[in-house]
Design a protein. Sequence first.
Length: 432
Amino acid sequence: MHILRKGGEYARGQQRLYEVKAIAYALAGTILLFTSIWVLGLILLGFASHYFKRYRNWGKGILGEEMVVETLTPLDDSHVLINDVLLPEGKGNIDHILVGPAGIFVIETKNYRWPYSTRFPIRQVIRNAVSLRYFLKDQIQLDIFVHALLVFADSNATMSQNSSLVHVRNLENLCEFIKNHRTKSVLDRNAIRRLVDEIRRISRLNEKEVNIKKWLLKPALSIGLILMAYASWGLSGGNPYGEWVLVTRIIDGDTIHVGRGWRDVTVRLLGVDTPETVHPDKSVEFFGPEASEFTRRSLEGIKVRLKFEPSGRHDNYGRLLAYAFLLDGTLFNGELIKEGYARVVAPSRFRYYEEFRSYEQEAMAAGLGIWSGKTKTLRVPSGVSGKIIGNKGSKIYHLLGHASYGRIKEENRVYFDTEEEAVRAGYRKAKR
């Protein structure tokens, strides 16, 4: 038997294509999972799993086609086998076309072990046979019946539905079937040569076209994945560590959530502390609901620009520490202090410390917000107003704006002009 084209080339191309798809979707899905875009990441990983399964199935198909070629090898030289034939306007390829004195056979190979419960393989081989018949009639004006042959490479595979138009065979009886097949359409050598030449010519042309489409598909697939990831990135609120992000939820006056959709990051506003409203171990504090409502009214549903301190981006609870700037450039952290919704909290000095302290003193003097209920209890002698107050009992000194400033009993007070003076006297600074 003459073999004019090596088998499995089309299947190998398809296998490589699904391999690229599986790897690309797996990488994209993994990246999205690491960026907390869970739903889309899992969807892409599902596609990756599907494409990997298709990749493995094409590998089985390649093995099955090689087994068919090996099985047909004992046929005599009057037979010609052409593998991987692509016809114009065809859907997929024809695994094998066998041309011999007994006629033309279109062979479709299946290499699966489970029973087929649908008619898809039968429809596939019938479609290929009909396509080849009309192609020969149009190209060389030869109207000849084309036999449809479905071959199972695994002997355990069966068909639950059959067709009188399709011969179903296993590898064990394939060669004998071809040798013993009888038909009314007997082809001489010249007819066989014309058939083979025309099939080879048109198949080469269509193979080039398919290869061009594949090479165009690969960059298109890559670009599509990049655009998909970029769109998901944007829909999820952007990079929470970048500048502009969307405020999606308000926890309380000084804690917000940024992001959108599948990604959500908690942000603790730097340098400020509003009264508690949602603390599991504390009751709702004075002016806490008003502070939460002010933050909700000002930030929820809008984009803010985040800025960070170089010393660190997260607190002990894993929250992102940031300054939030509005679209007009206003620093929202400062607005909370200006309006009396928050006090300055400074575990360490920060970029806007002096500015925030100035806002706090102004709010305290005006009795705004959280300071409105404390103006009467703030007992500081006029002669020492604005000085640093130390507690003789606890050896802690308090600055103007600290929560306990002015609450220390007069007999326990000691006054300092500077923090350095207080430290030299053995006092330590109050936390807030």
